[in-house]
Design a protein around this ligand. Structure first.
Ligand code: AMP
Length: 602
């Protein structure tokens, strides 16, 4: 077969860019796929996805707009300033380079035709470059491509490394097009009725998606199809090291509707961290994100904990979140997300250790468990996981009624969680789709507290983790109930203290330790009680209902969510602290903000 020229691809991309319907788009893409051999189809698919290998291999082309502009400048001789000006008008570097090449009028003077192989090779080389001097090399490799391309080719070459070819071709379109490509090989295809054609395409498409769901590499799937036909996919199975596509949750507005849909079901706490899929093959452990990126290196403590599991081969799934050892509470998502990083991994791991709540298993010792009902998978998960400091099972309960579901939901909200996840006990693991096997119920509003509070320290916890040297880990603080002249607990604070403040706190608190003072009302028991003497200023995200705390007990208790100490208020007496009544007023007045503004995750 003659080597595929990149101009052929660019011409198809151009046609796709100008179509008026998705149907036309898939037809053109299928036509392009037909012209390829197995290596070429794989390369085109990766380039369409803005990569040179499946996502989980982590080979990023690694280009920002700035580097591409450099490449354009190097190839065309236009200055960075000129390129930036044109970019700010057009908003697309593809069009910028197209225009610059026209101006440069190098139109037809090519000595060599650009092949798909060459384009791909250069991008591959770019993906392998990291570190000193890598940028120079990358720019050179890109400029080389621009130098031997037509305007049309250059347009797409500039767009590929940004992962945005702007064709609107996503994975579903790619799968549809592969299905059409195979369908057209049917005998008498042209003579078939439309309905027959549609059925054939649909069947093929289902087979492709089924394979993709357990093996997230459309490039390789297309290669298998080219080589062995659709039946080649029968051998594609879930295997350690290659991520499956995760299932997704539906949403319903109330407990009642969830029960109407599922009947007796499982409910779990919904943790607000990030979802991870873990593959273990003896001591080779890999961690994948919800988007199938390989994020193994980011979580050394999870790797160590998973190594301790007895099972040799498995795929398990759960939610990881940063845990505050000082207060025994979870950090907000904004803190947890700091653990998703490439640099300073060890340092951040010490600062914000993670806990992992496992909620599913899809593979064990060579067996695919996806078809098994959830209740069986959960049993298997429970049987192989021994909980420890890091790995836990998600909290789960089986319930029968909307009332029970609501109670569990309220309980989780008051513990500062996001909501609950209801699960169909009999559903298989539905990879890559949402089909009411999981239904989420989140609280719809969240308070937004603008003001700070002045609170009284009533006790403290000794330091754990990185705070051991201070003998002080967290503070228990109270609001002042003026009518009863009592100090009622409202929050546990482990954040916001500098080393200097910690030292001062320890010194002052150790002098006022007491065996509980009768004016202190608290169900939580700190390591030491102290005389209610010291007032501190505290900021929090919001005031929430909480049965754990004693402030405003008649309203099930009010507490601060994510409290942090700002400074000492030595100018205030404990009786001048924020009162319980003020807390109640602040609670009713706090701005209600739709949760969707927060908690938006990857
Ligand atoms: P959402 O991101 O709001 O669509 O909710 C789905 C996400 O909730 C999942 O992708 C998980 O990351 C997360 N999650 C937290 N707790 C659980 C749980 N117990 N079961 C399943 N997913 C959970």
């Amino acid at each position: 077969m003659i080597k595929m020229l990149f101009i052929t691809i660019a011409e198809y991309f151009d046609k796709i860019e100008n179509v008026s319907s998705r149907l036309e788009m898939t037809d053109y893409l299928a036509e392009l796929f037909e012209k390829t051999n197995k290596e070429e189809i794989k390369k085109i698919i990766y380039l369409l996805q803005g990569q040179v290998a499946p996502t989980f291999e982590g080979k990023e082309i690694g280009f920002g707009e700035k580097l591409i502009a450099e490449g354009i400048s190097k190839a065309t001789g236009f200055t960075r300033k000129e390129i930036e000006e044109s970019f700010s008008k057009k908003g697309d570097l593809g069009e910028v380079v197209e225009e610059m090449l026209i101006k440069k009028s190098q139109g037809s003077l090519f000595t060599k035709e650009l092949t798909l192989k060459k384009v791909f090779e250069n991008f591959e080389k770019m993906s392998l470059r990291e570190g000193i001097g890598s940028q120079e090399t990358k720019i050179k490799l890109l400029a080389e491509l621009f130098n031997s391309s037509t305007q049309k080719e250059a347009k797409y070459i500039a767009r590929i490394p940004l992962g945005n070819i702007r064709l609107g071709v996503g994975d579903p379109t790619i799968m549809d097009s592969i299905a059409i490509m195979i369908a057209k090989q049917e005998k008498n295809w042209l003579k078939l009725k439309e309905e027959e054609k549609r059925k054939i395409k649909q069947k093929l498409r289902e087979k492709i998606e089924k394979a993709y769901n357990v093996y997230s590499d459309l490039g390789e799937i297309s290669e298998i199809i080219k080589e062995k036909g659709i039946n080649g996919l029968k051998k594609v199975e879930i295997k350690t090291g290659t991520p499956i596509r995760p299932t997704a949750a539906e949403r319903l507005p109330s407990a009642k509707e969830i029960i109407k849909k599922l009947g007796k079901c499982a409910v779990e706490a919904k943790y607000d961290g990030f979802r991870i899929l873990i593959s273990k093959d003896d001591n080779e452990i890999k961690i994948f994100s919800r988007q199938s990126e390989n994020i193994t290196k980011m979580f050394p403590e999870i790797i160590e904990a998973v190594k301790q599991l007895k099972s040799k081969k498995l795929f398990i799934e759960g939610e990881a979140l940063a845990f505050n050892e000082e207060t025994n509470e979870y950090y907000p998502f904004q803190i947890t997300i700091q653990r998703k990083r490439k640099y300073d991994v060890e340092k951040k791991a010490k600062e914000y250790p993670l806990q992992l709540f496992l909620f599913d298993i899809v593979y064990l010792e060579g067996k695919n468990l996806m078809e098994k009902p959830f209740k069986e998978r959960r049993k298997i998960l429970e049987s192989i996981i021994k909980e420890n400091e890091i790995i836990k099972l998600s909290e789960m309960k089986i319930i029968n009624s909307a009332k029970e579901l609501e109670k569990f939901f309220e309980e989780k909200i008051s513990q500062g969680l996001e909501g609950i996840m209801a699960k169909d006990l009999d559903a298989p693991y539905i990879a890559g789709a949402r089909k009411f096997s999981w239904i989420k119920l989140k609280r719809s509003y969240k308070g937004n507290l603008d003001d700070t509070l002045d609170l009284v320290i009533i006790g403290y916890y000794t330091g754990k983790g990185k705070r051991t040297q201070f003998g002080l880990g967290a503070l228990l603080v109270a609001a002042y109930n003026k009518e009863k002249d009592l100090f009622e607990s409202i929050a546990k604070i482990g954040t916001g203290m500098t080393e200097e403040i910690l030292k001062e706190l320890e010194e002052r608190l150790s002098k006022i330790k007491t065996i509980k003072n009768v004016r202190i009302i608290s169900e939580l028991k700190p390591d030491y009680w102290v005389e209610p003497k010291i007032v501190i200023e505290v900021r929090a995200d919001e005031i929430t209902k909480s049965p754990l705390h004693s402030c405003a007990k008649e309203e099930t208790g009010l507490a601060l969510r994510f409290p942090r100490m700002i400074k000492f208020r030595n100018d205030k007496k404990p009786e001048q602290a924020t009162t319980t009544n003020e807390v109640k007023q602040m609670y009713s007045k706090q701005k209600k903000v739709s949760v969707e503004l927060f908690g938006q995750k990857e």
